[in-house]
Structure formats: C-alpha cells, structure tokens
Write a protein that binds this ligand. Structure first.
Ligand code: NAD
Ligand code: IPM
Ligand code: MN
Length: 362
C-alpha cells in the first residue's frame, strides 16, 4: 500500500473540532484504497503564538516541505490580531509552496435546499479558480500611517503576467475538460488600473483554447448573477480578493459556509498542496460541538483527488451526499445534529454503504 505523509494543522476555534473526525474518515477510506496515512500533527495556532510569540516554529515551513500534502482547519482567534495569524502562517504557506491556484467548487449537494429560488432544471455546479499568490493580497507598499491627523493606509496590488497567465491557463484547461465556458471576474472599466491588464492576459492565454468561450464580467454584476442566475456558470476565474469574496457568496448559495471546500494547489506537484474549508475558525460557535465538518471533509476528498485517488475521493463525497439526503445536518443547514453525529454518519456510509436512519433525527 502507498504511504502518504500529511501535515495536519487544525489551528484555532472550530478548526480543531472538524479536523479529528476528518482524519478518521481519511483513514477509513484509505484502508480500502491501498492508502496509508502518516499524520504529522502540528499545534500551530493563535494559542501557539501566545505561548511562543510565533504562529509556527522558525523551521515550520521546512517541516511542512517534508510532507506530501497539508490539511488545514482554520487559523485566527480573538486576542491575536488577524494580520498576525494570517501573515504568520496561512499566507506564507500558500506562497512558499507556490500554491498559486485556489480551487473552490460551488456545487449544490442533494439533500440541501439552496437559499435561492432556482428555476426548474437549474443547477448550481461550477468551480471558482482563485489566483492565490498575488494580486490585492500584496506585501508591496503595505503602509499604514496611523494615529496622526494625516493618517492613511496604502497597499499596492501586484499582478504579474506570469501570475495571471498561470491562473488563467489552469482555469481554461478546466473549462476545456468540462466542456464549458469561462467567466472572468474583472473591473475593467478603467477605475481599477490592474484589471485591464488581467483581461489582456486572460484573453491572450485563451487563444490557446479556441474551444472555450471566455466572457468578462464586472465583479459587481457578477456577484448579482451568482444570486440571480448561478446556473449559467461553469468555471469562474478571479483575482485573489475577488475570488475570496465570490467564494463565500458561492458557499452561501449552496446552503452554508460550513460545507464549502478549498484546495490550495501547487499544480506541478513540486511542493505540497494544502486543503482546507473555505470558512474560518468561527469563534462565535467554537467549543459548542455544532460546527459543520463537511467543508473540512469535502476538502479531504479534494486531497484524495489531488493524490490521484479519485475513486476514494468520490466515495467520500458520496458518503457526504448520503448523510445530507438522510437529513443528518448541523444547525447551519437547519438540522440539529452535532459535529460528531454528522462525521459518524459519513463514516457509517463508508463502512456499511448506508447512513443509519436512527441518526437522522432532524
Ligand atoms: P468564519 O468563516 O470563521 O465565520 C463566519 C460565520 O460562518 C460565523 O457566523 C460562523 O459561525 C459561521 N461558520 C463558519 N464555519 C462554519 C461551520 N463549519 N459550521 C457552522 N457555521 C460556520 O469567518 P470570520 O468570522 O470572518 O472569521 C473568523 C476568524 O477566522 C478570523 O480570525 C479570520 O481571520 C479567520 N479565518 C481564517 C481562515 C483560514 O484559516 N483559512 C479563513 C477565513 C477566516
Ligand atoms: C480564505 C480566507 C483567507 C483569505 C483570509 C483568512 C486571509 O478568507 O481562505 O478564504 O482571504 O484568503
Ligand atoms: Mn475567505
């Protein structure tokens, strides 16, 4: 059997609650598919910061580089400023390991009713390809002159041809393989100076994909269409910040931010990729045992796909679907189940092929 080393960073808040059940599910599905996981547990978090002054040890990135893949819960907790937790862990991982694609499926699962009123025959099933290494999340010119009467803040957006092109190419290849079109999120009406450049590189790259229809959408109008006509989308490519906002909206239209997954991909495989839910550490519900674990579990299924074990990934997703169809849902999806009950139902489906109806007490 194949051995895969996975660095596990539960992080803060509900990150720590959704991770353990996900590892149990991975172990179960792995044992059926000749996959043996070696977990490298890391307690890197805001709590770690409070204790040591660092989100992760000085050689943290070197340790992660030894792993095949990374599973992350979420980081960030009241008491530690977000810029500390994010620049101290999440962003360095995404950048050091050239995880320049953030792949975020937006797919309405059977068993969930979208908060949108979908027209007959309309489905929500598309993928957002978010540029994950540059753009608005830039370290260049980051300055805040605070606390004086003239205080101000500036930050430069940095879009490189190489960075935009590789995101566009990935999205175009995906659109090509899905036989669909590509929607490019932009703001090219001359106000945001970087966006005409984004458009130019996207369309130049698209010349290599004559079969893919590319259409630009202004980000404001695109957001409205996510709500009014989500069925029209197949693949959406977006800059770092636009993609961030669009994917919480995407999570909302598939029923809950607690279910949406995310893969921070290094497509070349020269470095580990990182799989995490779209949501954060949710301090408002942390410690209550009611966090939806499905975002983390779905992210684990994406990791299996990335490892080339698509059948194992599909089994996990089928178990998630069966759990939802059986009505075993946490409160964010309108149910009364706990984190553990949902994860147990997924596990039961993997081992017995069904979800215990007794667990479907909603
Ligand atoms: P959040 O995603 O943590 O929470 C937003 C809302 O969604 C909250 O009401 C929360 O209860 C709910 N929610 C989120 N996940 C849920 C789940 N699995 N089940 C049920 N409900 C869920 O976003 P926020 O409040 O903006 O951020 C909280 C902290 O998380 C901040 O410190 C932020 O920086 C951090 N954060 C980290 C990551 C990451 O590590 N990748 C991502 C996003 C936010
Ligand atoms: C996400 C998060 C992060 C992002 C934050 C916490 C920096 O919102 O993964 O979507 O904006 O990338
Ligand atoms: Mn986000």
């Amino acid at each position: 059997s194949r051995k895969v080393t996975v660095a596990v960073i539960p992080g803060d808040g509900i990150g720590t609650e959704v991770m353990d059940p996900t590892l149990r599910i991975l172990e179960e599905v792995g044992s059926r598919h000749g996959l043996q996981f070696a977990w490298q547990h890391h307690d890197w978090s805001c709590e770690h910061y409070t204790r040591t002054g660092r989100m992760m040890p000085e050689d943290g990135l070197d340790q992660l580089a030894q792993a095949d893949q990374i599973l992350l819960g979420a980081v960030g907790y009241p008491g530690v400023p977000d810029h500390v937790s994010l620049w101290g862990l999440l962003i360095p991982i995404r950048r050091t390991f050239r995880q320049y694609i953030n792949l975020r499926p937006v797919k309405l699962m059977p068993g969930i009713e979208s908060p949108l009123r979908l027209r007959d025959g309309q489905d929500i099933d598309f993928v957002v390809v978010r540029e994950n290494n540059e753009g608005e999340y830039s370290e260049v010119g980051g300055r805040m002159y605070r606390g004086t009467p003239e205080e101000f803040a500036v930050q430069e957006s940095v879009f490189t041809r190489r960075g935009v092109e590789r995101a566009a190419r990935y999205a175009l290849e995906l659109a090509d393989s899905r036989g669909g079109g590509l929607a490019s999120a932009t703001k090219s009406n001359g106000i945001v100076h970087t966006m005409p450049f984004w458009d130019q590189v996207v369309h130049e790259t698209a010349k290599d994909f004559p079969g893919v229809h590319v259409r630009d959408y202004h980000i404001d109008a695109l957001s409205a269409l996510f709500v009014l006509d989500p069925g029209r989308f197949d693949v959406v490519v977006a800059s770092n910040l636009f993609g961030d906002i669009l994917t919480d909206l995407g999570a909302a239209i598939i029923g809950s931010i607690g279910i949406a997954p995310s893969g921070n991909l290094n497509p070349e495989g020269e470095f580990p990729s990182m799989f995490e839910p779209v949501h954060g550490s949710a301090p408002d519900i942390a410690g209550q045992g009611i966090a939806n674990p499905l975002g983390q579990i779905w992210a684990a299924s994406m990791m299996l796909d990335h490892l080339g074990h698509e059948r194992a990934g599909a089994e996990v997703l089928a178990a998630v679907e069966a759990t939802l169809v059986a009505g075993v849902k946490t409160p964010d999806l309108g149910g009364t189940a706990t984190t553990t009950e949902v994860a147990d139902a997924v596990l039961a489906h993997l081992t017995t092929g069904r979800v215990d109806p007794g667990a479907a007490a909603t």
